[in-house]
Design a protein around this ligand. Structure first.
Ligand code: ZN
Length: 274
């Protein structure tokens, strides 16, 4: 039962009790008012997506480093960092060296009602001098394309958005729901990406120019889960490749990402209170 249903049911029952009251309960001692402690906020669910896996190794370094292994190590570090504070639940799109399709990764995060989705990658470039981290959010163009596809009747059968079924909504309502949800998600994703860039900067990590970029990555397409894809460095660059395999650097990256997640939710909570 959802919290909303529960609230409605309780409100109904309270009304019924008041109605049945009157004479029958007139002599009953006045109930003591028991102040219930405010419920603790639900821990945020952070979904981590170590890129590639299984038959797809991702980018390969000159020394043979595989992207799928590096990003898994950092995802595990980040998972530990996030869990240590007791403020988050953490799930991974893959927890083993297995192949998971991109859309399946998004579907898993949506089904679990993730509050945040972080996809971890390490880039590759024909020019071995290119190095540094970058952060991607979904481009305007890809966002519009996704909205149109999701609102299209044939895709609506089991589509859910923010816990609502789209199947029984008419065209204009479905389009409005998708657009509304998406607008908030896009803004949140961009805020998240900027926070990551600032945190990386503060920690002295090397960054690409125009660090926050926009692209049509399939893993960023959930209309109701703020998401960013982080390219943690270039495996095609010898220094970046070396750094990405150094435990201390992996841990530093994980700590900076945890600090970014903290800052993102703290800023979100402050905006809601204002
Ligand atoms: Zn990748």
């Amino acid at each position: 039962m959802s919290a909303l249903h529960r609230r409605n049911l309780l409100a109904g029952l309270t009304g019924l009790a008041a109605f049945c009251g009157g004479d029958a309960w007139a002599n009953a001692p006045a109930p003591k008012t028991v102040r219930k402690p405010a419920p603790l906020p639900r821990p945020k669910l952070v979904f981590l997506d170590p890129g590639h896996g299984g038959r797809d190794p991702g980018a390969l370094g000159l020394r043979g480093t595989q992207e799928k292994s590096v990003v898994m190590a950092i995802a595990r570090d980040l998972q530990k960092e996030l869990l240590a504070g007791g403020r988050y639940r953490v799930l991974l799109t893959r927890s083993t060296d297995s192949f998971v399709a991109l859309r399946e990764r998004v579907a898993r995060a949506q089904a679990a009602k993730a509050d945040l989705f972080l996809s971890l990658h390490a880039d590759s470039n024909d020019n071995p001098d290119v190095r540094g981290a970058s952060v991607y959010t979904l481009s305007e163009e890809a966002t519009d394309r996704e909205a149109a596809a999701l609102a299209a009747r044939e895709n609506r059968a089991d589509a859910m958005i923010s816990g609502m079924k789209l199947a029984d909504k008419d065209d204009s309502v479905a389009r409005t729901l998708v657009a509304m949800s998406q607008r908030g998600t896009v803004n949140d994703s961009r805020r998240l990406a900027d926070t990551i860039v600032q945190t990386f900067n503060r920690n002295g990590f090397r960054l690409l120019p125009r660090t926050h970029r926009q692209a049509g990555f399939a893993v960023l397409t959930a209309p109701d889960v703020p998401a960013a894809l982080i390219e943690l460095g270039y495996l095609s660059n010898p220094q970046d490749e070396k750094l990405l395999t150094v435990r201390q650097h992996q841990l530093s990256l994980a700590r900076a990402l945890r600090a970014s997640v903290d800052a993102h939710f703290a800023a979100g909570a402050a905006t809601r209170k204002a």
